[in-house]
Ligand binder design. Structure first.
Ligand SMILES: Nc1ncnc2c1ncn2[C@@H]1O[C@H](COP(=O)(O)OP(=O)(O)O)[C@@H](O)[C@H]1O
Ligand SMILES: NC(=O)OP(=O)(O)O
Length: 312
């Protein structure tokens, strides 16, 4: 039996609430496979498209109708955690029932402490919401003052600050639930970013990278594995080129070399590899596996995915 923190990528959730409600039924299957095999599973997920959608919807609604109040960005993050968690816990609960496995599943609204002086606040880098054309991008820049970037040839997207996670506020609750055999969904969307002000925690407008937040959580709960589940079976070097090579494993030393050689795209594979290295480096025996959602079970047996490990 292993303790596994799973970070779910965008392909696990889809683009709209309707699509998500359907997709999570498939997402639940490999997760329940791992639970059925006796593993303790803690689930985290992204929220880039969702928090962008909620924030924009609230901005439009409140500017057009005085009856709708403006919604602060951290509250939009909390809303995204809530409805994604609801869909996931519903789907995982159903899949467990189908297999006659009795286990409670719950989502924790989770705050993650960030450093108020994190340099990331000065350099927005986390893409959120939909993709736009160049013309739409200019309008959004002018009319809403959004920071916008071109995202890997796929169109333009709004970007917000993405500070690094420092601590998980609800960690004792999460640990107690895992220890009592429950399935927990936590640090959704990387967690609601908060800064400490005396005894208070104050939400800040930012989106924490879910792979880094999952890594922090995996260290806190002393997980054996961090699973970063995405749309590809393995991490590659020369990705998308004729000489693409899919990696079965990668030591920290090799990963550093590949990063220097720029094999991993910033904003997509690079943060995953960096989070993977951080977890593997944090304690001997801790392993990260970057794999496809569908092949998570095989990945645990070493039959799929890329294992990131610390060599002696
Ligand atoms: N070197 C690489 N190896 C494998 N995939 C890569 C690489 N560089 C970029 N990618 C792309 O990164 C994607 C994963 O990033 P992204 O879609 O942002 O993740 P998420 O699953 O968290 O939403 C992969 O599906 C793949 O298209
Ligand atoms: N919070 C976060 O990392 O979201 P995405 O994975 O959707 O970018």
């Amino acid at each position: 039996m292993s303790r596994i923190v799973i970070a779910l990528g965008g392909n696990a959730l889809g683009k709209t609430p309707e699509e998500q409600l359907e997709l999570v039924k498939d997402t639940a299957k490999p997760i329940v496979d791992l639970i059925e095999d006796g593993n303790e599973v803690i689930i985290a997920h992204g929220n880039g498209p969702q928090v962008g959608m909620i924030n924009l919807a609230m901005e439009v609604a409140s500017s057009e109708d005085d009856a709708v109040p403006s919604m602060p960005f951290p509250e939009c993050g909390a809303m995204s955690q809530g409805y994604i968690g609801y869909h996931l816990q519903n789907a995982i609960g159903e899949e467990l029932k189908k297999r006659n496995t009795k286990k409670p599943v719950a989502t924790i609204v989770t705050q993650v402490v960030v450093d108020k002086d994190d340099e990331a606040f000065k350099h927005p880098s986390k893409p959120i919401g939909s993709f736009y054309t160049e013309e739409e991008c200019e309008i959004l820049r002018k009319e809403k003052g959004y920071d916008m970037v071109e995202d890997s040839g796929r169109g333009y997207r709004r970007v917000v600050a993405s500070p690094k996670p420092v601590d998980v506020v609800e960690k004792e609750t999460v640990k107690a639930l895992i220890d009592s055999g429950q399935v927990v969904i936590t640090v959704g969307g990387g967690g609601i970013p908060v800064v400490e002000e005396g005894n208070s925690l104050k939400g800040v407008p930012a989106v924490i990278d879910k792979d880094f937040a999952s890594e922090k959580l995996a260290e806190i709960v002393d997980a054996d594995y961090l699973f970063i589940l995405t749309a590809v079976d393995r991490v590659s070097i020369n990705f998308g080129k004729p000489d693409q090579l899919d990696l079965e494993s990668m030591s920290i030393k090799e990963a550093k070399k590949y990063i220097e050689e720029k094999h991993f795209a910033p904003g997509s594979m690079l943060p995953k590899v960096e989070a993977a290295m951080k977890f593997a480096e944090s304690k001997m025996g801790r392993t990260t596996i970057i794999a496809s959602l569908e092949r998570a079970k095989e990945a645990l047996k070493g039959e799929s995915g890329t294992k990131v490990y610390k060599s002696e």
